[in-house]
Design a protein around this ligand. Structure first.
Ligand code: UD1
Length: 377
């Protein structure tokens, strides 16, 4: 699909079920490489192009991949797949540019390949629509675990002298704070290293906690996932496991904003409210209420979003979790275009992530950008 046609002017009302998280699912799928020939099954994997690309990449890397498409008819026919993954050919370790260029997150096979197979050749991901995105922290972390890393013709070539990574204490913070996929890579690699690894300034995102849950179910030993200090005690081998992917907090936040933009009344099922506190806090300040209707698990809540007629302006700065997420910055900006006064949005994770500013302006928004801040009138 290359275009959406949206007829505006209608209130959004009704119920919708939140799909599994893409950002959680990608490193979870890659973690299957760590299994010593046993099956890893993942339920609730969203049906998206990136997921299909990751499945294709894993297939090229000798992982047998099977998916059963299932339709969840509980409310809206949301579609998810269950994936069964089993490494069958451990001689393959080259992630080609053809695939990596279609999906930056291909880099999350690097840590698992190194740990399980002792070598990896992964094409360097290029830039993307939100700017230059380096992987220096991923490489620094893996080098601290004993990997030897060279760059050749646009590929990262990584090997493990002696065959097994060694635990280490690693500071993984960079100029923009922690790194989500960098933490996923180093954590995954450390599960099979000899000895204990401590990652300081680890990403605290809920998707990292979801990955730690799968790794633990496969037999890994770790503490502190979800906090800035992550400790991993290496084990000899990992087995199979079953895991259900957490719901997508970006998708949920998008519905929250869309409901508010149309002054709607929307119920969300399977909503990871507990991972959205920075978003619901800012939305409450704008005049948008999210009310829990039920569900024992705060990561899979049933909730309702409604908004006041007059929206108030707010200031928001994007930050690593638990701060306001960069992935929900554009949606909030669209909402704030309708607020009664001046709002300020500052982007601290990807300072160039403002492609939507020109497009909103074309639709009549009043936006002034100065560096990494946009004033919304
Ligand atoms: C993940 C998410 C993406 C989200 C981002 C930040 C996935 C598939 N994608 O991307 O949707 O917007 O987290 O929440 O999960 N950086 C470095 N060196 C590195 C790595 C990152 O300087 O080696 C910088 C980046 O340029 C950026 C910041 O660190 O400024 C955070 O990036 P990072 O958390 O790594 O983003 P991703 O994990 O790629």
């Amino acid at each position: 699909m290359d275009k959406f046609v949206v007829e505006g002017g209608r209130r959004l009302e009704g119920r919708v079920r939140i799909n599994g998280s893409k950002n959680a699912a990608l490193p979870l799928l890659a973690a299957s490489i760590l299994s010593a020939g046993k099956e890893v099954t993942l339920a609730g994997v969203p049906r998206l192009a990136d997921i299909a690309n990751m499945a294709r990449l894993l297939d090229e890397l000798g992982v047998e991949v099977a998916s059963d498409e299932s339709t969840d008819h509980s409310t809206d026919g949301a579609k998810a797949s269950a994936y069964r993954l089993k490494p069958v050919d451990t001689g393959k370790s080259h992630a080609r540019y053809d695939i990596v260029r279609t999906m930056r997150a291909s880099v999350c096979v690097l840590g698992p390949l190194l740990a399980a197979r002792g070598s990896a050749r992964v094409s360097m991901p290029g830039g993307c629509a939100i700017g230059e995105r380096p992987i220096d922290l991923h490489l620094r972390g893996l080098e601290a675990l004993g990997a030897r890393i060279e760059l050749d013709a646009g590929d990262v070539i990584a090997t493990v002298p002696g065959g097994r990574l060694r635990g280490a204490t690693i500071f993984l913070g960079g100029a923009f704070g922690s790194t989500v996929l960098g933490t996923a890579n180093v954590m995954s690699a450390a599960t099979l290293a000899e000895g204990t690894t401590v990652i300081e300034s680890a990403a605290c995102e809920p998707e990292i906690v979801d990955l730690a849950k799968l790794l633990t179910a496969m037999g890994a030993k770790s503490e502190g996932a979800g906090s800035p200090r992550l400790t991993i005690h290496g084990v000899e081998s990992l087995g199979g496991a079953h895991h259900t992917v957490m719901p997508d907090r970006i998708e949920a936040a998008t519905y929250l904003c869309a409901a508010a933009i149309t002054n709607g009344n929307v119920e969300l099922e399977n909503c990871p409210l507990d991972a959205l506190l920075a978003v619901t806090d800012r939305l409450a300040a704008v005049g948008v209420q999210s009310e829990t209707l039920g569900g024992d698990d705060p990561l899979r809540a049933h909730c309702r979003v409604t908004s006041e007629r007059v929206l108030k302006p707010v200031s928001v700065t994007t930050q690593p979790f638990p701060g306001y997420p960069t992935d929900c910055q554009a949606q909030l900006m669209a909402l704030l275009c309708l607020a009664d006064g001046n709002s300020a949005i500052t982007e601290k994770i990807f300072p160039e992530r403002f492609l939507h500013v020109a497009e909103l302006t074309r639709m009549g928004a009043s936006l002034v950008r100065q560096g990494a801040t946009v004033v919304v009138t």
